[in-house]
Design a protein around this ligand. Structure first.
Ligand code: GLC
Length: 797
């Protein structure tokens, strides 16, 4: 046994013998002889918080990450004590705190170790900045895998990797480059079929080592602040992810148009070009809901202004675009041009809203407009001011939605690429330097933007998107993966990044489809669109200086493929919206990596490419040129090949054909997939019916369709329509029961039901226990019937 004294090497300090133990409602305190206090808070039966103070005093408790609405509450707690340890037992887990070392071990109720400290908490005093480097090391269990951590451009399984969280503008990043734009210090560990999660809520630069330095050890540490982490027990990964997402929050529902296809470029201007772009979409009948204006719409890159030469009458333009079904999304960056004749700069200066250096001067850094100063978004008053700036911008122009970029903040021409570390921040009344505020700066910017946009597009719903993010940013904004590159490798990266973001609480994410830097060829573009339509956020964006990247920029074959897949996204909108609703309501990630889908199948632990879109659609992108198909892993269960109808048994790798106009898509047997007609934009057509594709299964399966007014807030008053379906299939019979909830009256009155893969010919049909004729339900030999939307039970034989 190693003693703590032996461990005081390299300046590391360790807690010693526990000398005091005390309980205060839901908190337990353990104090060591050398003044370390461990505070354990019980949040839920399976969610605990661990905090350590090194000198008898905790820092004020404050976090930007934690949602004010997170769930609390647990059953009875039992406490116990042995010679060696204190025990705290919830109805799910048991925590042991070692009396000699303050080390923690967590077991399930069967005595299986879920997680245990190796050296546990230790720290190093930081003489340069004050405070401590706080560290935690834990035993990595045999065969343990690791997932999560935001936007890391690396294998979905992080075993063997070391990674850092420091939000960074990484133009044209490469595979394994780290850190990138986001800081999400949350991981899921999985071993012995048990999943648990750790969220290290510390905004300083944080570091995680997943069995990289030492094979049996996982550690995490931060350059400052407190050792403050949350622990979530599964044993299912879905419980872990949902508990983390509950703690850090989910967004409200976006307007449905935000889930349509979006087209962007740096930059579409002047107005005539924007209009041409819009009419080309309509002329070629390629659905599109939003067009983005990058920085060039501004006057000299001054935020909240318009370049009146290129956009003489923004309001008229935005209105005309809207008449044609397009929403306009505009960019706002944090850097405010240093210009004493520019009202935003002047106002911020007068109100003392800019970040300052340690010695007093206002911080300056170069961005697009040249020298800029940066509002301190960690000051609530500044956030309010910023939110109000949107009043005129949105009201005067009719713009609906805002894109926040460069909010790491990105600063050009300096090696650090960001604000100097001595820059001061308000941090909501806990003044600090940029070392602590850096990772949440962008989050607080987009939070202010969200508040402003929400207020000024009311009664519509806001849509905002951010590049930089810290845990919890999902409450305010969608996100994209930053400046990627038009290469096949980046298609792979986008795939793992979006899966990883979904697992990390940030489902509303996507990549720059086709690649931001450089130019894809038609094949790469088509393959990327084929994947991108399955990402929660679906936008083509490119730097524009390498050629065009519109759906028609390649050849006709590519245009046709792109149209076909965007049409598929529009058809699947009710399915996509339902999965968004589940994400909002229960924190269910919109895309699920296979390990999330079936952790008991160990084949899934190292898969990267395949993912489940929502609950019942399996997708596997094609990630290399000249492919006629690919090998992929089909998870356990029965699956219908979307293109061929062939039913396959999963649990094995398979070759799946997918020529350039297809990618492997499988529908889970038993699923009921809702579809809308193809529309050129959301709301183009009055919905006359809802199509339900029913995939036969011998067995039972549940499916859900959520709908509402597609915008506005009436859904919060119960005006939604929820259809829960239970399918029960037998060899010669299929029963569908519908359970409805909500007061929203859908515009359509009937359901068009397509039976796919039925092993028998339909001879008898019963709706709500009454026999109906084939004519009544318009059955004309092709396994499609049309019935009233409010049926409760449908039996076909
Ligand atoms: C950054 C953004 C990119 C944008 C460009 C110009 O590189 O990531 O999306 O087009 O700035 O605003």
């Amino acid at each position: 046994m190693i003693t703590n004294t032996e461990l005081e090497f390299k300046g590391n300090l360790y807690p010693t013998q526990v000398v005091e133990y005390r309980k205060d409602s839901d908190k337990y305190y353990f104090t060591s002889q050398n003044g370390v206090i461990l505070e354990i808070t019980i949040l839920r039966n399976s969610a605990l918080r661990f905090r350590y103070a090194t000198d008898r005093v905790f820092e004020p408790d404050f976090s930007y990450a934690i949602s004010p609405n997170h769930s609390r509450g647990y059953d009875e707690i039992q406490e116990d004590e042995t010679d060696m340890a204190y025990l705290i037992k919830t109805s799910k887990i048991c925590v042991f705190v070692d009396k000699a070392s303050l080390r923690v071990r967590i077991e399930d109720l069967n005595g299986n170790v879920i997680n245990e400290d190796e050296l546990g908490f230790h720290w190093e005093e930081n003489y340069e900045f004050g405070g401590n480097t706080v560290k935690m090391s834990k035993v990595a269990q045999a065969g343990e895998s690791f997932y999560g951590m935001g936007d890391k451009a690396t294998h979905t399984n992080l075993k063997g990797k070391r990674t850092h969280n420091w939000v960074t503008d990484q133009y044209a990043y490469s595979k394994d480059q780290d850190p990138l734009y986001k800081a999400v210090p949350f991981y899921v560990g999985l071993h012995n079929d048990i999943a648990y999660g750790v969220f290290f809520d510390n905004t300083f630069c944080t570091h995680f080592d997943f069995s990289h330095e030492r094979r049996n050890i996982t550690s995490f540490w931060a350059d400052g602040g407190e050792m403050n982490y949350y622990f979530f027990y599964g044993p299912e990964m879905r419980r872990v992810v949902r508990a983390y997402t509950d703690l850090t929050g989910t967004p409200e529902l976006p307007p449905l148009w935000a889930l349509g296809f979006h087209q962007s470029k740096w930059s579409y201007y002047p107005e005539s070009r924007v209009k041409k772009l819009a009419s080309k979409f309509r002329k070629l009948q390629i659905p599109c809901d939003a067009i983005y204006l990058d920085i060039d719409y501004m006057d000299g890159f001054r935020c909240f202004t318009w370049d009146k030469k290129h956009f003489p009458d923004p309001k008229r333009m935005v209105e005309e675009l809207e008449d044609d079904g397009f929403k306009t999304v505009i960019m706002i960056d944090p850097g405010i041009k240093v210009d004493r004749d520019y009202w935003v700069y002047k106002e911020a200066l007068e109100k003392d809203y800019f970040c300052k250096r340690a010695d007093g001067p206002i911080m300056q850094g170069k961005v697009w407009p040249g020298p800029c100063s940066f509002p301190d978004f960690t000051n609530p008053e500044v956030r309010e001011w910023w939110a109000e700036l949107y009043k005129d911008l949105l009201k005067d122009s009719g713009v609906h939605a805002v894109w926040n970029d460069m909010n790491e903040p990105a600063v050009m021409e300096v090696p650090s690429k960001t604000a100097p570390l001595d820059t001061r921040h308000h941090y909501d009344g806990h003044p600090c330097s940029h070392r602590k505020a850096h990772n949440i700066y962008g989050m607080q910017m987009v939070r202010a933007t969200y508040e402003g946009v929400k207020k000024y597009v009311f009664p519509k719903r806001p849509f905002v998107i951010t590049r930089a993010a810290y845990s919890g940013t999902q409450r305010f904004s969608s996100t994209w993966t930053g400046d990627n590159v038009a290469t096949w490798e980046h298609l792979w990266i986008a795939n793992v990044q979006v899966q990883r973001l979904c697992l990390s609480g940030m489902s509303f994410s996507g990549s720059d489809i086709g690649g931001f830097a450089e130019q894809p060829n038609g094949e790469l573009f088509a393959r990327w669109v084929q994947m991108g339509i399955f990402h929660p956020f679906c936008r083509v964006h490119s730097s524009g200086d390498h050629g065009d990247q519109e759906p028609w920029s390649f050849d006709e074959e590519v245009t046709d493929i792109v149209r076909k897949f965007i049409e598929l996204r529009y058809q699947l909108l009710p399915y996509l919206y339902t999965m968004f609703w589940k994400y909002v309501k229960e924190g269910v990630p919109m895309l699920k990596s296979l390990v999330y889908y079936d952790q008991m199948d160990h084949q899934t632990h190292f898969r990267t490419d395949e993912f489940i879109f929502g609950e019942q659609i399996l997708v596997c992108p094609i990630q290399e040129p000249n492919a006629k198909g690919r090998r992929m892993y089909v998870p356990r269960g029965k699956w219908h090949n979307y293109w061929t109808g062939e039913v396959v048994d999963g649990g094995m790798e398979k070759w799946v054909a997918a020529d350039i106009d297809k990618i492997p898509i499988f529908i889970k047997s038993g699923a009921i997939i809702p579809k809308y007609p193809v529309q050129q934009y959301v709301g183009e057509k009055e919905l006359k019916e809802l199509t339900l594709n029913v995939y036969y299964l011998e067995g039972t399966e549940l499916s859900t369709v959520y709908e509402d007014g597609q915008d506005g807030y009436d859904y919060k008053k119960g005006e939604y329509s929820l259809r829960n379906f239970k399918l029960t299939g037998k060899s010669k019979e299929l029963i569908i029961q519908q359970f409805k909830d909500g007061t929203f009256i859908t515009p359509y009155s009937q359901l068009r039901i397509n039976f796919i893969g039925l092993p028998f010919k339909i001879r008898k049909i019963q709706v709500d226990n009454e026999a109906v004729t084939q004519k009544d339900v318009q059955l004309n030999g092709n396994n499609t019937i049309v019935i009233d939307k409010n049926f409760s039970s449908l039996v076909i034989k």
